[in-house]
Ligand binder design. Structure first.
Ligand code: AMP
Length: 542
């Protein structure tokens, strides 16, 4: 017997319609690329998103087409989140920190039709425009007076002209909730970047779960400032959560340094923020160095990389800002676990409580987790056994866009490439990573690309690249090299050989020369052994 409840598709446009109707006067504040602070409301967001939806249709964007962005966190980007997905097209947020060759590769792979960009990225657009295969128009996210002249970018349109030229009447279409809504590529895998293609259903379910009190804990009484970029897994879902709960939103634009962020926190009364540890280091250094405090900030969500214990205690003990340590992945939309305490933990002493908070946390409802040993057998949740973390749930990928990499699932579970423990209370703690990628300041560096460049050098016989601990960036690449017999090359020469071939920040910080690199039975480099060998390696200071 079926239940007798109404069937309504879980569509992203319903989040905006809700915010417009029930929180129409709630503010959205953006520090703009143009340098000023822009303010408007959810009502304005709704109206402009509908104008943009009309503009997209007028320019031939149809159901399922990919619409790319290269943009900071700001209100125009937010409008595209809703205009594109709401009208049935797919929002593809490109990462501007990648090398132009990778941006071209990803845009071609996604078959993007239009690319919207903030003016900051004009040089990148100029570099990629002649090379991308499917993009028919580029839209500068600015007004007519600031449009670049003589840029040579073909089919260049002006965002504000499009808004002005199109009517605000647009009925958000209704369609199957499993329709693709947005696309985000991850470089956190081996081989080429792979696309996680989210659906309306997965996004709305993720929004419900991620907003919960024991997850990101967001409400209409909050003022949310996402530092995590909107090109990183949809800013961890905060642009959707804010609409669902009706919170005031504050966007920092490109100004992510400690002073700019702190000024904005204080002037806008921010209560919740979210970002990777690296960005909080800059903020804490500024606050400490200038004897500032946080007058309204109550919580900060830290994820993307492990939150260092010193950072946690600085926020909590010195500034009375609660740290929510969270773990997730592009493939998980991204929220998987959040570390909030249970009532029984209140009785613990500070050290014991801190030890729990250092963990990556408990699964939010919707995410099922287990850990498995090398033989694939499930390991106990005793807080001691560590194995590969596997997850499943309605906002976990079933496969990558266009089937890249084949079927990623093992018996219906997604292998995360993270190695962890799970304790009897369900708290997961990452202990290692089995995937051969390096995460620096919250961004992936592909070790294989770095190794390929190294072995192309005539003096190099074998090369392996691993991440080593770095106080600011969490991890930085270290290149381990075996020279060819009789050949010679210096550290400096090898580092110089990366020039122009990769994004500059991917360049290895150091090179060590060794006689042998440990290989496994199948001839594969044993990165875990190398990581162990060089875990205390001291990287040169820049
Ligand atoms: P991304 O897909 O770029 O969001 O990266 C996901 C990966 O980042 C995870 O698989 C982990 O390796 C790492 N990660 C995310 N959050 C944490 C965390 N809180 N602690 C440690 N590693 C993390």
């Amino acid at each position: 017997m079926n239940g007798l409840m109404q069937q309504h598709a879980l569509l992203i446009s319903t989040l905006l319609t809700h915010a417009e109707r029930h929180h129409g006067d709630q503010e959205i504040v953006s520090r703009r690329v143009e340098g000023d602070v822009h303010r408007y409301t959810y009502r304005d967001l709704g109206e402009r998103a509908r104008r943009m939806a009309n503009a997209l249709a007028a320019h031939g964007i149809s159901f399922g087409d990919r619409v790319a962005t290269l943009a900071w966190n700001g209100y125009r980007h937010m409008e595209l989140y809703y205009a594109v997905s709401g009208s049935g097209a797919v929002l593809h947020t490109l990462n501007p920190r990648l090398h132009p060759d990778q941006v071209v590769w990803i845009a071609d792979h996604a078959e993007d039709q239009v690319l919207f960009f903030d003016l900051t990225f004009l040089p990148l657009i100029e570099a990629i425009a002649p090379r991308v295969k499917t993009i028919k128009a580029f839209v500068a996210m600015t007004d007519r007076t600031r449009m670049p002249s003589g840029s040579g970018v073909p089919n260049l349109l002006c965002y504000e002209d499009l808004i002005e030229a199109h009517a605000p009447d647009f009925a958000w279409p209704s369609f199957d909730e499993n329709t693709a809504s947005s696309l985000c590529y991850t470089s956190g895998t081996t081989g080429n970047p792979k696309g996680a293609l989210y659906s309306h259903r997965s996004t709305v379910l993720h929004t419900y779960a991620a907003a919960l009190p024991d997850a990101l804990n967001c409400s209409a009484r909050d003022v949310i400032l996402p530092v995590v970029p909107m090109f990183h897994v949809n800013a961890w879902g905060l642009p959707y959560i804010a609409c669902m709960v009706g919170a005031k939103l504050v966007f920092p634009g490109p100004w992510l340094d400690g002073k700019s962020l702190h000024d904005l926190f204080e002037s806008e009364g921010v209560t919740v923020s979210a970002g990777v540890p690296t960005v909080w280091q800059g903020l804490l250094a500024y606050v400490e160095g200038n004897r500032k405090s946080f007058t309204t900030m109550r919580r900060t969500i830290i994820g993307g990389a492990a939150c260092p214990p010193a950072m946690m205690s600085a926020f909590q003990d010195r500034y009375d800002v609660q740290v929510l340590h969270a773990w997730g992945m592009t493939e998980l939309s991204p929220v998987g676990t959040v570390c909030t305490l249970k009532p029984k933990h209140q009785a613990l002493d500070d050290d014991a409580r801190r030890a729990i908070q250092a963990k990556q946390g408990r699964a939010v409802y919707g995410i099922d987790m287990k850990i498995v040993g090398e033989d694939g057998r499930e390991l106990p949740h005793d807080g001691k056994a560590s194995g590969e973390l596997m997850v499943r749930g309605p906002w976990v990928i079933s496969r990558y866009f266009k089937g890249e990499g084949g079927d990623p699932l093992v018996d219906g579970w997604f292998p995360t490439g993270d190695v962890s423990t799970i304790d009897p209370d369900g708290y997961m703690q990452i202990t290692d990573r089995s995937k051969d990628v390096i995460k620096s300041g919250g961004e992936w560096i592909g070790s294989i690309d770095l190794e390929n460049i190294a072995v192309a050098h005539p003096a190099v016989a074998l090369a392996a690249c691993i991440g080593t601990k770095h106080p600011k960036w969490d991890e930085r690449p270290l290149l381990v090299v075996v020279k060819k017999p009789g050949a010679d090359v210096t550290r400096e020469e090898l580092i110089a050989s990366y020039e122009g071939k990769i994004a500059k920040w991917w360049t290895p910080d150091d090179v060590v020369f060794v006689d042998d690199i440990p290989l496994g039975a199948t001839g594969k480099i044993q990165k875990n052994k190398l990581r162990e060998m060089f875990k205390h390696h001291c990287l040169p200071t820049a």
